[in-house]
Design a protein around this ligand. Structure first.
Ligand code: NDP
Length: 322
């Protein structure tokens, strides 16, 4: 006898064809989906391996307008997701493994399905490079941060470490002197990679101390970070330093590997925009940190998401006229 199939045993069918597919579910992806859905474009968001993006790895967000008391990063992203669903977008928690932008409709292959769409918005973001030091993962968002603009004000009057020797590290170190007692820049070489002007500004700031030829080997703490262990790579001498926080500023990597060879990227792998949010492929758009290595803020990513959605809506309207 065949088992009876009850209604609740049936998985809801997810459609395979959409007007627009948005790859990535950070502030750029969700904002884009809110706008395309409100414009009555059938929208699928594929969230990727970190639904909510970098903000789910942070604690309090104080600089996103609309939240007078601040909001926790994960809560902000859950709220954006609910808003996106309420607007009618479909969201699936799956990872895109391949795309075919050579002909239309575009094809997007995930771990479990293949989807098609007339337009695509890439909002896959960028990931901060990790030091790879012991304790880094454990204390992430508990004293280890990858964004001084986001988290600096939480470290008032403390000894703070910045790892890196590029422009980002100098910019973050200078910014952090507004709050910190002292900022210790730990750099693996004996000279900086940063531009001359940023170096000069950092050297002139008497709150910034430089520790040359040094790497962070271990990050320690209890509830929060309270110490780093540093090794001088020329003398092999180890030293522990009591600190209140560590900012890692050793560069970012855009999440664009799967688009290589299909759309134009710059030498660092960021998507090159052609005309507002259009990429080198007609019908494929990009929004957020995946193309923007300058601002890298939740609010700017959300802004780019809105722009890409408006561009998609115009593109689809033009296309349907032909
Ligand atoms: P960069 O790649 O320029 O610099 C990264 C720094 O981190 C380098 O000093 C590098 O060391 C160090 N580093 C890399 N990996 C490790 C590791 N595993 N352990 C320890 N140290 C490591 O990245 P940025 O984010 O600083 O800058 C990216 C781009 O953005 C650049 O073109 C920069 O000019 C630009 N930018 C400009 C700004 C401005 O003008 N105000 C502000 C911020 C960024 P090493 O030197 O030994 O390679």
């Amino acid at each position: 006898m065949q088992a009876e199939i009850r209604a609740e045993d049936k998985k809801p069918e997810v459609k395979k064809k959409f007007d627009v597919i948005i790859i990535g579910a950070g502030p750029a992806g969700y904002t884009a989906a809110i706008y395309t859905s409100r414009a009555k474009r059938d929208t699928l968001v594929i969230s990727g391996s970190l639904p909510g993006g970098q903000l789910v790895l942070t604690t309090e967000v104080e600089n996103y307008p609309g939240f007078a008391e601040g909001i926790m990063g994960p809560e902000l992203m859950t709220t954006m997701r609910k808003q996106t669903e309420r607007m009618g977008a479909t969201i699936i928690d799956d990872e895109v493994v391949n795309v075919d932008f050579r002909r239309k409709p575009f094809k997007i292959l995930t771990n479990s399905e293949e989807y098609e769409s007339e337009a695509v918005i890439i909002a896959t973001g960028a990931s901060p490079r990790k030091l790879g030091a012991k304790g880094e993962h454990e204390f992430s968002a508990r004293g280890v941060s990858y964004c001084a603009t986001c988290d600096g004000p939480f470290f008032r009057n403390q000894e703070i470490v910045v790892a890196g020797g590029g422009d980002s590290a100098m910019e973050e170190a200078i910014f952090l002197t507004k709050f910190a007692k002292n900022v210790h820049v730990i750099h693996r070489k004996d000279k900086l990679r940063a531009s001359k002007i940023m170096q000069d500004r950092a050297f002139e700031n008497n709150k910034i101390k430089f520790h040359w030829n040094s790497v962070i080997e271990e990050i320690r703490g209890k509830e929060k970070v309270n110490q780093v262990m540093i090794k001088n790579v020329t003398t092999n001498q180890q030293e522990t330093m009591d600190i209140g926080g560590l900012f890692v500023a050793i560069g970012h990597e855009p999440n664009t590997k799967m688009f290589k060879g299909q759309i134009e990227l710059d030498e660092q792998g960021y998507i090159i925009l052609k005309n507002h949010t259009h990429t080198s492929v007609e019908g494929v758009f990009a929004a957020g940190d995946v193309h923007d290595h300058r601002y890298r803020q939740a609010i700017t990513a959300a802004g780019f998401g809105c722009m890409a959605a408006i561009d998609v809506d115009r593109y689809l309207s033009e296309k349907n006229k032909k």
